[in-house]
Design a protein around this ligand. Sequence first.
Ligand SMILES: *Cc1c(COP(=O)(O)O)cnc(C)c1O
Length: 406
Amino acid sequence: MSNSVIPYGKQSISQEDIDAVVEVLQSDYLTQGPKVKEFEEAFAKYVGAKYAVAVANGTAALHLNSLALGVKEGDKVITSPITFAASANCIRYCGGEVVFADIDPETYLLDIVKVRSLLEEDKDKNIKGIIPVDFAGRSVDLEAFRELADEFNCWIIEDACHAPGAFFKNNKREKVKAGSGVYADLAIFSFHPVKHIAAGEGGMITTNDEKLYTAISELRTHGITRDTNKYKNAASLAVGDDLSDADDYPGWYMEMQALGYNYRLSDINCALGLSQLKRAEAGLQRRREIAAVYRKAFKDIDQLTDRNYEAGQENNGHGYHLYVIEVEDRLGLYHFLREHNVFCQIHYVPTHLMPYYQERGYKKGQYPAAEQYYGRCLSLPMFPTLTEEEQESVIRLIIEYYQTKS
Ligand SMILES: *Cc1c(COP(=O)(O)O)cnc(C)c1O
């Protein structure tokens, strides 16, 4: 057994990744070069979506989506309290209000029954959208959410940060990949190093909707368009020094037509992301192997609940970004593991308990399933380069902890 720390998640960088980045550094472009498009196209293909837009990070992706969908003051949007705060914050960036719906205690995903109640209670129709999260890598049943959203005229942003390569099965038993755009209007991913694909920082938006794709592409770069057909100013005005009789737009001309941002991703990041993407499927398989080993090891521990497999699931589409267990005496186990250099994590402190959201009126006790889950959850080491020996030692420590306690 090694004495080094075993974290809950870790990126792996290959020589090929390094070479890909160095190649960009020696090229003509550091940003806005060919790697951006290559990464977008390869990623769209991987998740099965028509369009992809690379952006600075997952949070920027959420922000641009909210902007493109027109979120404004007075609008309300539903999301889960068990997610990274950015899933909710993007609504606040646009002046909208967040409405949390509790999680399903079996799957930890947004509870569709609770979402329906909120929509039915919303007599003034202020709720404009739903942001379900593929938490821990388990794909949300977006077919069911789409039906519900259509009934109430809502849009859907799938927060798929945990789930590249993951899928659920629809009513026809077809595999529907996270971010494929089949049911959700938009989906977002993150390439922060703890996620499946590391690009340093980075994010991706995927969609099958051409209008949203175009709007988001422009908002990513200051709301600027270079599409002559869309220009609003007359060509005579565009020329500048001769405002009278020009009938063609000069080469330098562009128009800022909306208030956008600089949310671009550089070629350096895209080269790394592209290289990592080639190993994504292998990484996912390795995550599934690790999951199977945990599951087998934990079957007989009474103090531990493992809901990572659905009963009778014949084809497991879970992406295993996290391997979350629920345990008795979570704090004790957390410290015990840390003393033995196993650094687990908690995902997440419920967003509605964050002081920022408390100040906006959310109360402790409002989402009991989320709070109960939060009191018991622990994310175990889960990353493709976790060795068998490391995993064995994690398992041994957990068994030892509960044996000495009982
Ligand atoms: C990581 C993450 C984000 C934000 O992504 P960043 O790239 O860190 O901005 C949003 N939602 C979820 C569920 C995440 O895990």
